[in-house]
Design a protein around this ligand. Structure first.
Ligand code: 5GP
Length: 116
């Protein structure tokens, strides 16, 4: 059984977060330490620790992350200029919270993808 993270508490409203969207499948909230003018995390309500743990059962919720990302980008007014969607996996990917999350970053030119 995967261990819950702080994100499960955010989903359940047990700790505060600036939630911008929530439905049966996903929750989206502003990152506590934003790396761009818009930095929102979009996460499945179901606990999936890493991308390595994704199964065929998760296809609907993972597709929904993209639908919600596009909707939020419109709401934030960054859709036309563009933005970046990032999902980190494990140590080399820089993952810190083991509940998969899509970073939605935008609001300025973001520069090259990787800093190594
Ligand atoms: P990762 O490095 O795992 O891809 O990204 C984790 C992200 O979660 C980081 O950008 C970090 O700032 C954010 N984060 C960690 N703890 C919290 C929290 O308690 N609340 C919010 N809103 N964001 C958090």
């Amino acid at each position: 059984m995967a261990e819950e993270t702080i994100f499960s508490k955010i989903i359940r409203g047990e700790i505060p977060a600036n939630i911008v969207f929530q439905d049966d499948l996903v929750t989206a909230f502003r990152d506590i330490s934003p790396q761009a003018p818009t930095h929102i995390l979009i996460i499945p309500n179901k606990l999936i620790p890493t991308v390595n743990d994704v199964t065929a059962e998760d296809e609907q919720v993972l597709g929904h992350l993209f639908v919600v990302a596009a909707k939020i980008a419109q709401q934030e007014g960054i859709a036309e200029d563009g933005y970046r969607l990032v999902m980190n996996c494990n140590k080399h990917g820089g993952q810190e919270v083991f509940h998969i999350h899509m970073h939605l970053l935008g609001g300025k030119p973001l520069g090259p993808l990787l800093s190594l």
